[in-house]
Design a protein around this ligand. Sequence first.
Ligand code: TXA
Ligand code: MG
Length: 323
Amino acid sequence: MSNSQFFSNCTADSIREAAAALKAGHLVAFPTETVYGLGADARNPEAVKRIYEVKRRPTDHPLIVHISSINELEKWAIQIPGYAISLARAFWPGPMTLILKRKEIVRDFITGGQDTVGLRVPSDPIALALIQEFEKISDSAIAAPSANRFGQVSPTSSADVYEELGAFLANSDVIIDGGSSSIGIESTIIDCTTNLPKILRLGFITKDQIESISGVLCDCDSHSSAIKVSGSFEKHYAPNCEVIIGAQNVHGAGFLALKDIKTPEEMFRLGSPSSVEEFARVLYSSLRAADHKKLKSLVVVPPEGQGLSLAIMERLIKASQGR
Ligand code: TXA
Ligand code: MG
């Protein structure tokens, strides 16, 4: 059991305390609209090192730097193309990460040695308040991966964070509770280092939205990129149970599908979302629920269509691989 501080009633004072903890080199897990992040001072190598230790994540996998507004972009990135500015204006604060050429302030311990940096302005009010407060006292920003152990399911509640990392956090680390994540899957990642935007990880912000805002067609190949995106490794977002994609009768298995689809006999319904958005929101908690119930397998009938449905499918394929 860890002794990390746990802020269930998040006040202005607790935000200040959490920002001070970051400044002192401790870790702070915090809510965002996508999933919970495990934050550290992006300019403190020792603090960032602990993120990798706690997550058991290979150190060549870069971290996203979370900033409070588009005004901070030029502090962390150079050679920002016009289309990236348009995307930032349209979708920040929100579930989108831009990969840009890094400025000197971004050191190798954040980027895994690459000359690019991932930047995101989250929209969750607690996340924004924490980043603003930390920027005020530190001249830095918050580096944060999802707050799960490497390869596991991303957390969408503070209880999930505790389940994933509680045993590995220290006394002076902090977990901030901000309820359930409103989107439920990680941000869309867009490589903005070439002439055309390229989607590296699908998410709530869709290819159509990116093309209509940037005014150019974008490349969408989240599997073949030379850039390291840990989500593009074989097994990821994976619960202990076997994830089976598509309607099938599996005796004793869990079942997740849109609410109009009936539960097959002798299967355990774990969720009945009534829209694709709700499907994304309950996806990870359903994967966790299957493990809590010690089910051997979980059958998921994915929603059809493009956009967010494809982002859900991307996660399911990785959750079902590499076992
Ligand atoms: O929604 C999200 O993006 C959440 C919340 C906490 O912001 N964060 C998140 O972080 O999902 P993480 O580390 O679990 O996934 C970020 C992905 C990683 O696969 C990482 O390799 C990739 O982004 N990434 C970060 N910086 C990059 C860079 N400079 N170039 C290419 N990929 C990068
Ligand atoms: Mg992750």
